[in-house]
Ligand binder design. Structure first.
Ligand SMILES: Cc1cc2nc3c(=O)[nH]c(=O)nc-3n(C[C@H](O)[C@H](O)[C@H](O)COP(=O)(O)O)c2cc1C
Length: 346
């Protein structure tokens, strides 16, 4: 895929600087909008949230909710901001993002660098019609992880269209331990309890809560976590976060994303959908870099997809390309709407 001139420019800078420039360019309206590709065939819902198309921005690009106003213009159907932690924190020492160009991959060990919940919530509170998910984490030094998630959920629930509980980033020590059945179950009930309370006491509407899982879990663990989500009344899962495995030659610590993550992310989705089917809503992320790949994930049971790493190689034009491709594939297969394609190839 030839690079856009803007991407070639960004690639002159080290990855974290390029990322910062991209966020600021979007924030200040310096990135030209994509051509409008709007079709009733792409209109769908994500666990009840109406979205204009099933192509979303994955968490981690806009950790501080700075680009919300620009995302619709870039063609996304929804965006996910964060990971946000209750208190601001600097993250790990730099350098902490690495481009693996030949592999179309990235390794990051950012460690939840972010401006904290108050700054995040203030930006999320600005009026908008575009659906945004708030991706929640815990502070590095938190002594009570569960309390951090409850704090984040309580603050963001009224402001976002959905919540994601991120317990799968590999760069915060102990975070992935929350994917063990017992703490996972406690977390599911704590966060769904926040929703119940806000619905009862503040008359808040029902909004979906997703849990974002690692691609490194065994199939049995994925199935067990799906059961806990269903039993606990959560809405779905995002599959997946970055991997700590190294199907590429890179020695340092961090989470690997992009093309080499494709097989793991596909497998995790396959396992989860085969087990839980329509009892949960799945968002697929991990190496999605074309309309073919996005369509395959929908057919494998995802209700929507999220992009990150491929955008850093192909630019925002990828969003348009995927939407055009999806429209063509749906037509070719005789589907009037993307909802009809979900899970048909699982
Ligand atoms: C630089 C970078 C930072 C990320 N930060 C977060 C984050 O803060 N929270 C999160 O849930 N996922 C984060 N992710 C993971 C992505 O949201 C996504 O799940 C993963 O990269 C797989 O998708 P991709 O292969 O399209 O990048 C990050 C990924 C990258 C590359």
């Amino acid at each position: 895929m030839p690079k856009s001139p803007l991407i070639s420019l960004f690639h002159l800078f080290p990855p974290e600087m390029a990322h910062h420039l991209a966020v600021q360019a979007l924030r200040y309206g310096l990135v030209p909008p994509q051509p409008r590709v709007v079709s009733p065939a792409l209109e769908t819902t994500l666990a009840g949230v109406p979205i204009a198309n099933p192509v979303g921005l994955a968490a981690g690009f806009d950790k501080n909710a700075e680009t919300i106003a620009a995302l619709a213009g870039q063609g996304f159907g929804f965006g996910e901001c964060g990971t946000v932690t209750p208190l601001p924190q600097p993250g790990n020492p730099k350098p902490r993002i690495f481009r693996l160009k030949d592999e179309e991959a990235v390794v990051n060990r950012l460690g939840f660098n972010n401006d904290g919940l108050e700054a995040f919530a203030a930006r999320l509170a600005a009026p908008r019609s575009f659906p945004i998910g708030a991706n929640l984490g815990k502070n590095k030094d938190a002594t009570d992880a569960l309390a951090d998630y409850v704090t984040g959920a309580t603050r963001c629930y009224p402001l976002a269209q959905y919540l994601t509980v991120n317990i799968s980033s590999p760069n915060t020590q102990g975070l992935r331990d929350l994917q063990a059945a017992e703490p996972f179950g406690q977390l599911v009930s704590a966060v769904t309890q926040v929703r119940r309370q806000l619905m009862e006491t503040e008359g808040q509407p029902h909004k979906p809560i997703f849990f974002k899982l690692a691609p490194d879990l065994e199939a049995d663990a994925i199935r067990a976590l799906c059961d806990i989500l269903v039993e606990g009344g959560a809405d779905g899962a995002i599959l997946s976060n970055t991997t700590i495995t190294r199907p590429v030659a890179f020695d340092g610590a961090g989470g690997l994303s992009g093309k080499p993550l494709q097989p793991l992310a596909r497998a995790a989705l396959h396992t989860a959908y085969a087990h839980a089917g329509d009892r949960l809503t799945f968002i697929s992320a991990g190496g999605i870099d074309s309309a073919e790949e996005a369509y395959a994930r929908l057919r494998a049971g995802a209700s929507a997809v999220q992009l990150y790493t491929a955008l850093t190689y192909q630019g925002m034009g990828l969003v348009t390309q995927i939407k055009r491709g999806l429209i063509a594939f749906l037509q070719q297969d005789g589907f009037a709407n993307v909802r009809e394609a979900i899970g048909v190839g699982a």
